[in-house]
Ligand binder design. Structure first.
Ligand code: PA5
Length: 443
């Protein structure tokens, strides 16, 4: 496995001193992670028992033709990323339901045979409304088909707290999310490792890759991640380049961009800093995919406002192309330049072309090159981005582990659903804001 971070021009020269201070601060922050490891690092050092446990559960669940994951946010995106990166043809075997749009939920459910379907219900808190509603719907569906829900449902939740844990006490099988690991940092717990094992991906290899990345950052004084985080922070806070584009030249890594966006957005976008001052900090993650978005977003990236910085992921090209091209000139003379080449070569040429065009337009680009996409590499990428996020939070002086900004919408939704105890809180939040008017007809 090789992962290389490179190509950056560094922070603007006028901020060299601030960059040096930032670097020193991040080194201290890494030492603090060593001294008091947060949950997502602790799990990397806890041996392989959890991977073994996931393999055993997966073996038992193979009796089902299909597994449906019920969860949302950090409880769904990690599994989706693993499936799409490492088992991209298994979308039918592992269905991930990370929304409650009744249209898609019901259409999906009606394609399933309840007798052949196992459900993984994933929620750290155990009380997320979307997941609770999905569970209620699917439990009834199983019961109506004459199935025993407890035989079909596996719960992945906090070891002690929450309504799902209580349900586990009533006969459903369950796995634990360690108490100190929050939703968006939970991919290397059973939240991601059980779906991985179900797909035939080795959970130990994911953990091993994550551990290797943590050790590299921990042990290498000059680890390039620190430079990237410092440059990122300075450009965002001082240079106004507040949008962090993560563009993958790989369909398999498309969902990794979504996973990163949730991690980065929810961890860094904060009203208050650690001292309680109102700061409204954060940098906006924007996932993109090459070459597709060359025909969509790249125009904006090259010529639009200079408010973005770019991390471009790519794979080292294989020595033997997967998709050689021939007969192009016969099809049309204008296609002749493709003859004797390959899709692989065109893809690579377009990746390089985009990077160079962005740089020529003065846009800051860092590249992240992978030798291949396998379980170890993906585990390493997860931990790389988790570390980048907590280190970026250090520079922004915000708490990466909370998400107070999502509470308001939840409280209002609960009040509207008639949940006891929420009306007053919702009223206090809404103040004078009235319900939306129907709007003016357009047609
Ligand atoms: O990162 C987070 O904490 C959130 O995005 C959660 O993952 C999401 O809200 C789902 O929460 P839970 O796992 O408690 O159902």
């Amino acid at each position: 496995m090789t992962l290389r971070l490179g190509g950056s021009s560094g922070p603007p020269r006028e901020h060299a001193e601030e960059a040096a201070r930032g670097r020193a601060r991040l080194r201290e922050a890494v030492e603090a992670l060593v001294a008091a490891p947060p949950g997502f690092i602790e799990i990397l050092e806890q041996g392989d028992a959890v991977a073994e446990h996931c393999r055993e559960h997966a073996a038992a669940l193979r009796r089902f033709e299909r597994i449906v994951v019920l969860g949302i946010g950090g409880s769904a995106l990690g599994a989706r990323t693993i499936r799409d990166a490492l088992a991209p043809d298994e979308g039918d075997r592992l269905v991930i339901l990370d929304n409650i749009d009744p249209d898609s939920v019901v259409r999906m459910r009606d394609r399933l045979d309840p007798r052949q379907t196992g459900l993984l219900v994933v929620s750290k808190s155990g009380s997320t409304a979307e997941t609770a509603a999905q569970l209620v719907l699917f439990t009834r569906w199983l019961t109506e088909a004459g199935c025993d829900p407890a035989a079909h449902i596996t719960l992945i939740t906090d070891p002690e707290k929450g309504p799902l844990r209580a349900l586990a006490g009533r006969g459903h099988s369950s796995l634990e999310i360690p108490p100190r690991v929050g939703g968006r940092f939970s991919v290397l717990t059973p939240v991601g490792l059980l779906p991985a094992a179900l797909l035939g991906v080795d959970p130990s290899a994911l953990l091993e890759g994550g551990r290797a990345m943590w050790h590299a950052v921990r042990d290498r004084e000059d680890h390039p991640l620190l430079d990237w985080v410092v440059e990122q922070g300075i450009r965002s806070e001082r240079g106004g380049e507040r949008i962090q584009v993560v563009m993958s030249y790989s369909d398999r890594l498309r969902t990794l961009g979504d996973w990163f966006a949730q991690l980065w957005g929810e961890s860094l976008g904060k009203r208050l800093d650690r001292h309680g001052a109102v700061v409204h900090r954060g940098s906006t993650p924007l996932p993109a995919v090459g070459a597709t978005d060359q025909h969509s977003l790249v125009q904006l990236f090259v010529e639009g406002p200079a408010d973005k910085q770019f991390l471009i992921l790519g794979l080292e090209p294989d020595a033997t192309p997967l998709a050689p091209l021939s007969g192009a000139g016969e099809l049309a003379e204008a296609f002749g330049y493709l003859d004797g080449s390959s899709l692989d070569a065109l893809f690579e040429a377009e990746r390089v072309g985009t990077i160079q065009a962005l740089r020529a337009a003065g846009r800051p680009v860092t590249t992240l090159q992978l030798s291949r996409i396998d379980a170890r590499t993906l585990g390493a990428l997860f931990v790389l981005f988790e570390l980048a996020t907590v280190l970026a939070a250090e520079l922004l002086e915000v708490d990466p582990y909370d998400q107070p900004g999502v509470e308001g919408g939840k409280i209002i939704a609960f009040a509207r659903m008639g949940r006891a105890g929420y009306a007053e809180q919702a009223e206090a939040l809404i103040g004078g804001i009235t319900d939306e008017e129907p709007g003016t007809p357009l047609l």
